[in-house]
Structure formats: structure tokens, C-alpha cells
Design a protein. Structure first.
Length: 108
């Protein structure tokens, strides 16, 4: 999976986050969200560069509303970094690559 963005849904979320050996960055997004579409290529680049040090997964909030509600996601894109199965960092809104890397690097 290194170098690509995986996807999550309500049936895979807890297992993927709980069993991950590396930090997991989850992109809460929706198809109709313009800023979400701007973030995707940046996340693909980061996934390629970070390899196995960081797993990046996408969760469509329209397909998994209960997960979005559980984590209090009120606006998208919201990126939540999970480390050891727990939320370690929350990033709200679209950011350029450098800013995203600054936010996640301390957790790698």
C-alpha cells in the first residue's frame, strides 16, 4: 500500500486504525467538496514520499456518516492523524504540502 491512498468505510475503519503499525492519516472527504479534491494530489505525493512511515487513507463522509459523527467532523476536508490507534493531530481545511508535512512529521 506504500505510495498510494487507501480507502476506509464503516466496516474497515476500526480494524485499519487499530492494527496499524505506522501512523495513519485519515482524510475525511466528500465527492462534492472542492477543497477535498485539491488536497488529494498532495496526499498522493506525501504517501509516495513517506512510504511505510505513514499510511494515508480516505473516508468518504457521505458513505460513512457514523464515523464522521463519532469523531466530530463538522467540516471537510478534515485530516486526522492516528498514532497507536488514538487521535494525535487534527487538521481542518485544505493546506499546501509544506504545511501538511509540518503538521504530520513530528508524529513519524
Amino acid at each position: 500500500m506504500a505510495g498510494s491512498l487507501g480507502t476506509l468505510d464503516e466496516s474497515t475503519f476500526d480494524e485499519e486504525i487499530g492494527s496499524a503499525t505506522a501512523p495513519v492519516l485519515v482524510d475525511f472527504w466528500a465527492e462534492w467538496c472542492g477543497p477535498c479534491k485539491m488536497v488529494t494530489p498532495i496526499l498522493e505525493e506525501i504517501a509516495e514520499e513517506q512510504g511505510d512511515a505513514l499510511k494515508i487513507l480516505k473516508l468518504n463522509v457521505d458513505d460513512a456518516p457514523s464515523i464522521a459523527q463519532r469523531f466530530g467532523v463538522m467540516s471537510i476536508p478534515t485530516l486526522i492523524l492516528f498514532k497507536d490507534g488514538e487521535e494525535a493531530k487534527r487538521i481542518i481545511g485544505a493546506k499546501p504540502k509544506g504545511a501538511l508535512l509540518n503538521d504530520v512529521t513530528p508524529f513519524l
